[in-house]
Design a protein around this ligand. Structure first.
Ligand SMILES: [Zn+2]
Length: 106
């Protein structure tokens, strides 16, 4: 029961011409890199890449084309660091507002 290329899906797919390439499956390292890139694009609302959904963990269906992967992960370490900082700030704000709501009820 070997799975063929047709059963796999490129979750990034931002390079139209990559369709003829073999779809590769994520390993932990590649997945982490894509999730970091996804975080960067999350804070760029006008980016055409911001709609890309990267899976939580590696699996047998969701993979990537090398061309799509290279283009998607072309973000600098500085941008990733900034995105992580923004994410933390957002989470702090969210927690703070949740706390305020709870206290308001009491
Ligand atoms: Zn693709």
């Amino acid at each position: 029961m070997a799975s063929s290329n047709e059963e796999k899906i490129c979750v990034i797919h931002i390079v139209d011409t990559a369709g003829s390439e073999k779809i590769k499956l994520f390993d932990d390292e590649k997945l982490m890199k894509c999730r970091n890139a996804q975080l960067v694009y999350r804070f760029r609302t006008n980016s055409k890449f911001s709609g890309v959904k990267i899976p939580e963990s590696p699996n047998d269906i969701y993979g990537y084309h090398s061309s799509c992967y290279i283009k998607f992960t072309a973000v600098s370490g500085k941008q990733i660091k900034l995105a992580h900082e923004n994410k933390v700030k957002l989470e702090i704000l969210l927690h703070a507002s949740q706390r305020t709501k709870k206290e308001g009820k009491n």
